[in-house]
Structures are given as structure tokens and as C-alpha cells.
Design a protein around this ligand. Structure first.
Ligand code: AMP
Length: 648
């Protein structure tokens, strides 16, 4: 999971309606709140499968996090009984909003306030004043001012970042906050001791550890050395952070190359591969082909880990062992050998097989390094002089694609856009946004060479080319490995869920537009590009190049694209994957396909495809767009199918 997606805190609380429209009545509803590094999201229920997102606040926009006063139970629909209100003020599209939340206990309120403050502590928009009580439609009930936009009547409390304190101290403070109630303004009654005051003014910076080496290329960037520590000076940009190294050098680094020291956990070890699936770990270890080669990965059961170990005895294969915990919290693979931590356990089994098929020896050395969002901070225009063009990789709708090296070291793919095939100026504008989309399952756009013609689109290089060709080339080995096929679908779904979260529509999702890299990673490519194509044959649903076979009824009838039309296309992509690259609807002509789709006829179940997997495809092909699941829900469903069908 990416750092920004990690859930820092979650829980049930009651939310007061935001009243974004002037005339909506006030109501209070129970919501499931989830705090990540970037968002505070609220859902209608805790149940991940059924829940719907009801709203989110971008934490970057937050200026106030304070205790609130909502006097008495006078408001309509206000839940009876004691609750502990707090407020989160933020500005969105130039408008001020305050989200009032009622925590169930004082402890919860204190913890939530601190958790949100911690996530917002570097915000530039933090305000010094706020209104402790609510606006009742006519005036602020605290200061009686009748101007809604007046500055607050109270000073905001000091934000003490308690990252530097140990868990014990944190517990103590929460306990003390419980015994001495927080007053409006966030201060506790009584004068804080000078020591406390001193502490409250200290905001300790974030320390990160490099997970990979990174070589600075542009002036202003800083090189990273794997395992070294860096102090974060500015993390206000999502993908490029300004950090200081041990020698005091300052510069930008890609944020996905580092991990906060306190959250590092197993990531500091080469043998830990995070969310790698069983199937991918098998192909990685088989490729390495070394006795005792191993990885530790997250098990599909949350919170558990699995050791995957390659052995040649009696024949080359991979064995998977769950790492278990006993009642004392110790870890073990065989009950006779328990250790206090997973690294200790791995060390133990490096020296003793202790019941395993082999002693643990090495972990695969060729761990792929993630792509950066752009080739440097704020860089999306690439100098063609710095590109060395190599062999042709293929050609498509827009022209030839060649492998390249940027500044002689970074592998890239260069799409040389045939002139007249796309509205170039619009695309160049869009490319600035697209370089900022970053996900393990999206082909990274590095930038464009837009000063000369033809323009070049420079992306991450994917060594195995298009998913469609990969499926066709490897049909023999893939057809019997339904787990790997399902894993490919899950990867595409993860990339699409990211696009959906960012309200980005692909418009041409299909196996031909996904690419395969090392370790069987699959990434979605060419997202959003369809909007800039000038060829009528491609853009109009009656055109010969229009992807009719991937289009739902509302696209065929009204050219209505949405994330839900992407879902339909995703169902067809799943079908392509499980048939190892067959053409959907075989040789049927476009007009015949349209007729079938209008009649509600869907693609048949691929041979050997699990019923549970086909059921998911069918959900994607609901004729009513609203009845199709979201990618977020789809992802959860696919993962649970994978858990149910395969041994982890
Ligand atoms: P396209 O124009 O995107 O359809 O690409 C044409 C062909 O070029 C694809 O089918 C791939 O085989 C190859 N290709 C495109 N992009 C990449 C990439 N980023 N890495 C490797 N091969 C690529």
C-alpha cells in the first residue's frame, strides 16, 4: 500500500451535515471515518464491501482542528445523550466549510483531534483564530457576530506534534486529557508548567529512510542512499519532497522512494515484498532459481505474513508458510522455534532449516525500483537531446513506440506521435496533470518533448510489452494458472481504482492498453488519451476504430463516458485475460456486437474460468451504469474471491 493510502485512524462518529447548500436542513448521521495522510473520508457504514463514500476532506485544505461547542440538544435531529464535538475547518474552491463531528468519548475526541492535526501539521493555511461554537444561520453562537466570514473569536490552540513522544507518553497525555477536560480553544484548565510550554512549541520534523538508491540528475534534486535517513523539510508537494541529508545537503527526492522511519516496519528488509501475491512471488522465485531463495509477503488475510521459499527438492517448486504467533506474541514457522520478531525468526531460519524445506539463503536481488512522478521535481518538459532512442517496441494508433534511455541511465518508452493524430496543445496542458498521477499499477508518464514536431510522449518502460500480446504469447503456461490471471485482473483493478478516486476516466481500457513489466506486474497505460485523438474513426461510436467491443450501451447510444463505462470495459478486459487474449465476440462485426449488447446479451463464460470470477464480470456488464460496482468495491470482491479460491 502506498504511504498516502495508509489508514492512520478510523472509527464510528456522528457527523453534522455540512450545509454546503444554503437551504439544506441540519441533520446528524452516524458515519465511519477513515483518516489517511491525504484525506479524511467518511462512509455510510463500516462494512467495506457494502459501504458508500459520503464525502472526503482533502487534509491539505484544513486550517482549523479544534474542540467545538454545540450547546444543548436544541438542533433538529441532534442525537440525544452526551457526545464530544470537535470541528475541522477547511477551505475548498474559495469557500469556508466547517465539519462538526461528535466523538463518542472524550478520549476519542482527543485522539481524533491529534491524529488530524498530526496529518495537517505542515499545512500552510493554518489559522490563528476560530469560532468555538456554531453558526446558527443568523449569528455565531459564541461571539454573537452576525457576519459569517468574521475571523474567529478565540485564539487557536498550539499544535503540539507529538511524533517525538514515545507511545507511553502519548498514552499518558490522552489519560490526562481525559481527567482534565479540554476547554474550547483546546487548552486544558490550569496553567501548563514551563516544561510543558517548552514542549508544546516544539514541532519535530519527519524523518524518512530511503528504500532505494536514487541518483539526483537535475540541479535541486538530492541523491538517496538506500537505508540512510533524511529529514523532511517540505512535503507539501505530493510526489517530490524537499529533504536534508546527514551532511546538511538539501534537495528534492521522489516521495515514493522513502518511508517514514516510524512506519518503516519490515520494509527495511530486502526480503520483504509487501503486497506481492502468491503467484507473483512464485514466478519471481522461480526466475531466480536458487535453492533457499525466499521472500516474506503480506498474507491475503490482513495482518498476517507468509514466507515463500524456493527449493529444488525433490523438484523445483515454491513452498508457502504462514508465519504464526503464539499466545505470548512470539512468531514461529514451526512451534518449536519461536522468536520475538519476524526479522529474528528469519535470522534463525538462515542458520537452521528447523522444519522448512530448506535453510533460508538469499532474497531475489533484482527488485524493481518504482517509477518517479516525472523525471525530476516540477519537470514534465523533456529535452529530446537527452533521449537516446533505441529499438522499436511496437506501433499503435499514434505511431511508433521506441525504447529509450534518458540521460543515458533511465529506461523509458518514447511514443512518437504521428502528426495530425491528436490535439497536441490540449494534450500538452493535460500532460502536466498526468505526470502527477502515480500508482504502482499505472504506467508512469514522465513527460513530453513538445518543442519539436513530432511530439514525444515519454513513459515508464515495461519490458514485456502489451498485456494482450503477453497473454497470447504465454497462453500455454497461463491457462493453467488461473491464480496468476486473477492476480493480473486485481492489479489492473487497483490502478483503475486509483484513477476512479482521482475522478479520471480512462475511456479506452482494454488488454491492448495495459502493459506487463518484470515480476508479472501489470499496469494500465494510455489513460485519458482518447480525449485528444483527432481521428473520427476512433472517436465516434460509428467509426471503424472505435472500441465498440469494450463499450457499454450508454456509450454506444449517447457517447456517455464515466467511471462506470470504464467498469464495463474492465469486465471485457477480465474476459480477455481469462481467455488468454481472445477477441471478444469473435468475428462478429461491430454492428452485430451493438445489436447483441442492446439486447442485453453478454460474453460467455471463458473455458475453465471460475464461476465466482465470471459472476464479477457479469456485474460489470449491468445495462444500468449505476448498478455496476465501483473499482474500489470490485477490488475488494476480487481479493476475497482470490482468498476463497486459492490457498494463500
Ligand atoms: P501503443 O501505441 O500504446 O498502442 O503502443 C504500441 C506498442 O508499443 C504496444 O503494443 C507495446 O508493445 C509497445 N509499447 C507501448 N508503450 C510501451 C511501454 N511503455 N513499454 C514497453 N512497450 C511499450
Amino acid at each position: 500500500m502506498k504511504m498516502e493510502e495508509e489508514i492512520l485512524k478510523h472509527g464510528l462518529m456522528i457527523k453534522r451535515s455540512l450545509n454546503k447548500k444554503i437551504y439544506t436542513p441540519i441533520n446528524y448521521r452516524q458515519r465511519w471515518f477513515t483518516l489517511t495522510r491525504k484525506f479524511l473520508i467518511y462512509y455510510d457504514t463500516e462494512n467495506e464491501e457494502k459501504r458508500k463514500e459520503r464525502g472526503r476532506i482533502e487534509l491539505e485544505l484544513v486550517h482549523t482542528v479544534e474542540v467545538a461547542i454545540i450547546a444543548g440538544n436544541t438542533e433538529e435531529n441532534r442525537p440525544q445523550g452526551i457526545s464530544y464535538p470537535f470541528q475541522i475547518g477547511y477551505q475548498e474552491s474559495g469557500q469556508d466549510y466547517i465539519l462538526y463531528v461528535l466523538a463518542p468519548t472524550e478520549k476519542d475526541r482527543t485522539e481524533w483531534i491529534w491524529a488530524v492535526r498530526l496529518a495537517c501539521r505542515f499545512n500552510k493555511c493554518l489559522r490563528g483564530r476560530y469560532h468555538p461554537a456554531i453558526w446558527n444561520g443568523k449569528k455565531w453562537t459564541c461571539c454573537k457576530s452576525s457576519t459569517r466570514s468574521t475571523l474567529g473569536c478565540e485564539n487557536s490552540s498550539t499544535w503540539i506534534a507529538f511524533v517525538e513522544e514515545s507511545e507511553t507518553n502519548k498514552e499518558n497525555r490522552i489519560a490526562s486529557a481525559q481527567s482534565s477536560p479540554i476547554m474550547p480553544g483546546g487548552t486544558t484548565p490550569g496553567t501548563p508548567s514551563s516544561k510543558q510550554k517548552e514542549k508544546s512549541s516544539v514541532i519535530r520534523s519527519k524523518v524518512v529512510v530511503a528504500l532505494y538508491n536514487y541518483k539526483a540528475i537535475e540541479p535541486g534534486d538530492l541523491s538517496l542512499e538506500k537505508n540512510a535517513e533524511y529529514e523532511v523539510i517540505d512535503d507539501s508537494q505530493e510526489h517530490w519532497w524537499k529533504v536534508r541529508d546527514a551532511q546538511g545537503n538539501i534537495g528534492f527526492i521522489p516521495s515514493n522512494y522513502v518511508k517514514e522511519k516510524e512506519l518503516l516496519g519490515l520494509q527495511q528488509y530486502d526480503w520483504y515484498v509487501n503486497d506481492m501475491s502468491r503467484q507473483r512471488s512464485e514466478s519471481l522465485l522461480k526466475q531466480e532459481d536458487k535453492e533457499g531463495c525466499f521472500v516474506v509477503r503480506n498474507s491475503s488475510t490482513k495482518g498476517l505474513y507468509t514466507l515463500s521459499l524456493y527449493t529444488k527438492n525433490p523438484h523445483p517448486h515454491v513452498k508457502h508458510y504462514h508465519i504464526k504467533q503464539n499466545s505470548k506474541g512470539e512468531y514461529y514457522l514451526s512451534e518449536k522455534h519461536c522468536c520475538a520478531s519476524i526479522p529474528d525468526l528469519i535470522n534463525y531460519h538462515r542458520h537452521n532449516s528447523g522444519g522448512l524445506a530448506s535453510r533460508l539463503k538469499a532474497s531475489p536481488c533484482d527488485r524493481s525500483v518504482p517509477a518517479t512522478a516525472g523525471l525530476s521535481h516540477d519537470k514534465w518538459e523533456i529535452d529530446p537531446q537527452e533521449l537516446m532512442l533505441l529499438e522499436e517496441l511496437g506501433s499503435g494508433q499514434f505511431g511508433v513506440v521506441r525504447r529509450g534511455k534518458w540521460r543515458g541511465s533511465i529506461d523509458v518508452a518514447v511514443k512518437m506521435m504521428k502528426e495530425g493524430t491528436m490535439s497536441e496543445d490540449d494534450f500538452i496542458e493535460e500532460a502536466k496533470v498526468m505526470t502527477k498521477l502515480q500508482h504502482t499499477n499505472l504506467v508512469q508518464l514522465y513527460g513530453v518533448c513538445s518543442k519539436n514536431r513530432p511530439i514525444f510522449i515519454v513513459t515508464e518502460y515495461m519490458r514485456h510489452g502489451s498485456l494482450l500480446n503477453y497473454l497470447r504469447r504465454h497462453e500455454q503456461s497461463l491457462v493453467s494458472n488461473q491464480g496468476l490471471l486473477l492476480d493480473m485482473c486485481i492489479q489492473v483493478c487497483k490502478g483503475m481504482a486509483y484513477l476512479e478516486r482521482h475522478n479520471y476516466i480512462h475511456r479506452d481500457l482494454a488488454a491492448r492498453n495495459c502493459l506487463v513489466g518484470s515480476e508479472n506486474t501489470v499496469k494500465v497505460a494510455d489513460f485519458g488519451l482518447a480525449r485528444y485523438v483527432l481521428d473520427d474513426q476512433y472517436t465516434s461510436s460509428g467509426g471503424s476504430k472505435f472500441p465498440i467491443k469494450w463499450a457499454p450501451p450508454e456509450v454506444l447510444n449517447y457517447t456517455r463516458f464515466s467511471s462506470k463505462s470504464d467498469i464495463w470495459a474492465y469486465g471485457v478486459l477480465m474476459w480477455e485475460v481469462f481467455t488468454c487474449g481472445k477477441m471478444p465476440y469473435g468475428r462478429l462485426k461491430n454492428a452485430e456486437v451493438v445489436e447483441r449488447v442492446q439486447k442485453g446479451l453478454i460474453l460467455e463464460r471463458p473455458k475453465n474460468c471460475y464461476k465466482e470470477v465470471y459472476d464479477i464480470m457479469r456485474k460489470c456488464w449491468s445495462p444500468v451504469p449505476e448498478n455496476r460496482p465501483s473499482f474500489r468495491v470490485l477490488k475488494e470482491q476480487l481479493i476475497s474471491v482470490a482468498q476463497g479460491l486459492l490457498v494463500d
